[in-house]
Every structure is written in structure tokens, then in C-alpha cells.
Design a protein around this ligand. Structure first.
Ligand code: HEC
Ligand code: HEC
Ligand code: HEC
Ligand code: HEC
Length: 184
């Protein structure tokens, strides 16, 4: 009897572990266009417009440049950098995830999009979830910090020099206007 109970609890434990990791990894990518719907108003800080002007929105386009071809060639890689896993891993959002997790509005051309830093938005993009930070985080939203950046800004980047978080995060700042005023 005790053996059966033990076996059953081990099985339940394993199942829970499976369910937990399954859920945690299963949020789908909705693409920048979805975030744009609610985050492009000037009054609220136009996070979309700021991102669009940043280097991140051009990270995929960059892989088509002569400089990129030279970078790849120097590493002994053959082929178009826009097709190489060795480059796409940091130059687009969600590279390498299961195809069914890429929503119909996901575009590789968007490069390093919102969800590269804030996490896949499939379960947090709805207003009712988004406006409650705790709910949003539980649904997969990430409040990014230095650890988020160094997933890509590290010595595995062929053009890497250094990463100074304070300096770099200031360059991509897209706060709500009320917060921006408080800092001044
Ligand atoms: C349907 C509208 C809507 C969509 C779509 C949406 N958001 Fe939001 N988001 C909000 C609202 C509402 C808030 C709460 C603050 C506010 O009132 O602007 C918010 C807040 C946030 C915050 C700040 C959270 C915090 O507590 O610091 C982040 C980050 C964010 N959104 C990212 C995203 C990203 C990334 C996407 C796309 C995957 C997205 N949002 C899509 C409406 C939306
Ligand atoms: C998914 C990978 C990825 C993540 C995560 C990421 N970046 Fe980047 N970042 C890039 C790539 C790729 C470029 C180069 C884009 C280009 O020029 O085509 C870049 C460029 C930049 C630039 C412009 C280059 C410069 O030297 O001025 C800044 C600033 C920057 N990132 C800051 C950050 C910060 C801050 C974070 C974290 C909050 C972050 N990045 C997270 C991939 C990433
Ligand atoms: C580990 C993540 C990572 C990988 C892998 C990676 N990159 Fe990058 N790439 C970045 C980041 C971050 C930046 C911006 C800061 C820097 O240079 O480190 C960048 C910048 C660049 C730039 C300079 C863009 C500019 O603004 O001048 C080029 C060109 C480039 N990458 C090409 C490539 C090519 C080609 C590959 C594949 C052979 C590749 N990268 C692989 C992360 C990566
Ligand atoms: C390169 C990483 C990166 C990308 C890409 C990015 N963000 Fe952010 N975002 C951050 C960081 C870092 C913060 C500041 C987090 C904090 O409050 O400490 C932030 C904060 C925010 C906030 C809250 C602002 C505030 O004042 O609290 C919103 C809303 C937001 N991002 C929306 C977006 C949207 C929408 C996109 C795409 C259009 C986007 N972000 C793309 C890194 C990123």
C-alpha cells in the first residue's frame, strides 16, 4: 500500500513539474504590431515610435549589409547571414522557438522587438491583464534588467566590445511621460 502511495505521489510530482515547465514555456509571440495598438500614443510615451527609431528594430535588416557578410565570412560561415542561426539567434525575436508559437502577426523583419525584452506576449497583451503588473508578470511579462540584455550583448556577438548597462539602457529609454519628468 505504502509503495503504491509513494509511486502515485512521484507520478503526480513529475506531472506537475511537466505541466509547470510546459506552461512557462508556452506563451506565444504576438509580434510588435500588437503592442503598437496600445503603446504608440504620444501622451503615454510612444514606446512603439521610440523602438522603431532604435537599432533594435533594424537588427534583421543589418544582417543584409556588406558589413554583416564580412563578419560572417571572417567566422568561416557560408551563406546569407539573414538565414544563419549563428546570426539570427540575437538579431530577431524568438529565434528557434517552435513554429506554432509564432503568431500570425510575428515578423522576422521586426528584428529585436518588444517581446525580446518583455517576453512573449500571447497571454499578457490584453488590457485587463496588462494594467495589473502582477497579473502581467504571472502571464509571462518580463520587467527587463541587465540580465535580459546580456543574453545578446555578450562576447558571443562577433562585434562585441563591452556592455555598460546604465549607458545602454539610457539609449533605449521609453518611459511613461510622468516617470520621465520625475527623473529630471
Ligand atoms: C490592449 C492594449 C495593450 C496591448 C495590446 C499591449 N499593452 Fe502593454 N500595457 C497596456 C496598459 C493599459 C498598460 C498599463 C499602463 C497604462 O495604462 O498605459 C500596459 C503596460 C505595459 C508595460 C508596463 C508594465 C509595468 O507594470 O511596468 C509594459 C512593459 C508593456 N505594457 C508592454 C507591452 C508589450 C511588450 C506588448 C506587446 C506584446 C503590449 N504591452 C501590448 C495595454 C496594452
Ligand atoms: C535578442 C537580443 C537582444 C537583446 C535581448 C537586447 N539587445 Fe540590444 N541589440 C541587439 C542587436 C542585435 C543590436 C544591433 C542592432 C543593429 O545595429 O542592427 C543591439 C543594439 C543595441 C543598442 C544600439 C547600439 C549602440 O551601441 O548604441 C543599444 C543601445 C542596445 N542594444 C541596448 C540594449 C539594452 C539596454 C538591452 C536590455 C534592456 C538590450 N539591448 C537587449 C540585440 C539585443
Ligand atoms: C550573441 C548575440 C549575437 C550574435 C550571435 C550575433 N550578433 Fe550581431 N550584434 C549583437 C549585438 C548585441 C550587437 C550590438 C552591439 C555589439 O556590437 O555587440 C550586434 C551588432 C552587429 C553589427 C553591427 C551593427 C552596427 O550597428 O554597425 C553587425 C554588422 C552584426 N551584429 C552582424 C552579425 C552577424 C553577421 C552575425 C552572425 C555571423 C551576428 N551579428 C551574430 C548580437 C549578436
Ligand atoms: C531592448 C529591450 C527592450 C525592448 C526591445 C523594448 N523594451 Fe520596453 N522596457 C525595457 C526596459 C529596460 C524598461 C524599463 C524597466 C524598468 O522599469 O525597470 C522598459 C519599460 C517599458 C514600459 C514601462 C515604462 C515605464 O515608465 O514604466 C513599457 C510600457 C514598455 N517598456 C513597452 C515596450 C514596447 C511596447 C516595446 C516595443 C515597441 C518595448 N517596450 C521594447 C526594455 C525594452
Amino acid at each position: 500500500m505504502r509503495k503504491i502511495v509513494l509511486f502515485a505521489s512521484v507520478a503526480v510530482f513529475l506531472l506537475m513539474g511537466y505541466a509547470f515547465t510546459g506552461v512557462a514555456a508556452d506563451h506565444s509571440y504576438v509580434g510588435v504590431g500588437k503592442c503598437k495598438m496600445c503603446h504608440k500614443s504620444k501622451a503615454k510615451g510612444d514606446q512603439y515610435g521610440i523602438w522603431l527609431k532604435s537599432a533594435h528594430s533594424k537588427a534583421y535588416e543589418t544582417l543584409a549589409s556588406d558589413e554583416s557578410k564580412a563578419v560572417a565570412a571572417k567566422l568561416g560561415l557560408e551563406g546569407d547571414p539573414q538565414q544563419l542561426d549563428e546570426c539570427l539567434s540575437c538579431h530577431v525575436t524568438g529565434h528557434g522557438v517552435a513554429a506554432e508559437l509564432l503568431g500570425k502577426n510575428y515578423k522576422v523583419e521586426d528584428g529585436v522587438g518588444c517581446e525580446s525584452c518583455h517576453g512573449p506576449g500571447g497571454d499578457y497583451w490584453k488590457s485587463s491583464v496588462m494594467k495589473d503588473r502582477e497579473k502581467a508578470v504571472a502571464a509571462g511579462m518580463i520587467v527587463p534588467d541587465e540580465k535580459t540584455c546580456v543574453q545578446c550583448h555578450n562576447e558571443k556577438s562577433p562585434t562585441f566590445k563591452e556592455f555598460d548597462y546604465e549607458k545602454m539602457v539610457a539609449k533605449i529609454a521609453h518611459p511613461y511621460p510622468d516617470k520621465a519628468e520625475k527623473k529630471e
